[in-house]
Ligand binder design. Structure first.
Ligand code: HEM
Length: 111
């Protein structure tokens, strides 16, 4: 399994607008092949970036989503935020999940 995180530096004055975009998000990612989970993380320090965290069965599944109409549609309104809503460029990190623990569940390690 992999996690792809997109760190988005949002101008604190636009934090509410940014969050509004996600409230009625397209939810098309949820049905994609290989999709595992999505989390939107709000920074507790306003100067830190928001993180859009996704989990996928594989990098190929994630890449297929980024090239799909569902990705395009899921971001259709993102461009309507003004340029000053962002304080820099988003940073994308692709990570392999090598171990995990979830309360109440027994999980193994990935090789
Ligand atoms: C790099 C430029 C990107 C920006 C500025 C951006 C910003 C946004 C915004 C504002 C939305 C809310 C929906 C909308 O406004 O239409 C959204 C949706 C979303 N973004 Fe991005 N995004 C970018 C790329 C990515 C990437 C590379 C990922 C991979 C982790 C990602 C993950 C998501 C997910 C999972 C949703 C929800 C889509 C759905 O519900 O189907 N975004 N993004």
């Amino acid at each position: 399994m992999i996690s792809v995180m997109n760190r988005i530096p949002v101008n604190p004055e636009f934090a509410q607008d940014f969050e509004e975009r996600f409230k009625d998000r397209a939810a098309l990612v949820d049905g994609m092949d290989g999709f595992v989970a999505f989390r939107l993380l709000r920074p507790t320090k306003p100067e830190d970036p928001y993180i859009v965290m996704t989990f996928w069965e594989s990098q190929a599944h994630f890449e297929a989503w980024t090239q799909s109409d569902e990705f395009k549609e899921g971001h259709a309104r993102a461009g309507r935020l003004p340029r000053e809503a962002f304080l820099g460029h988003p940073k994308i990190e692709v990570m392999e999940i090598i171990q995990e623990a979830v309360a109440g569940q027994i999980l193994g390690s990935a090789s």
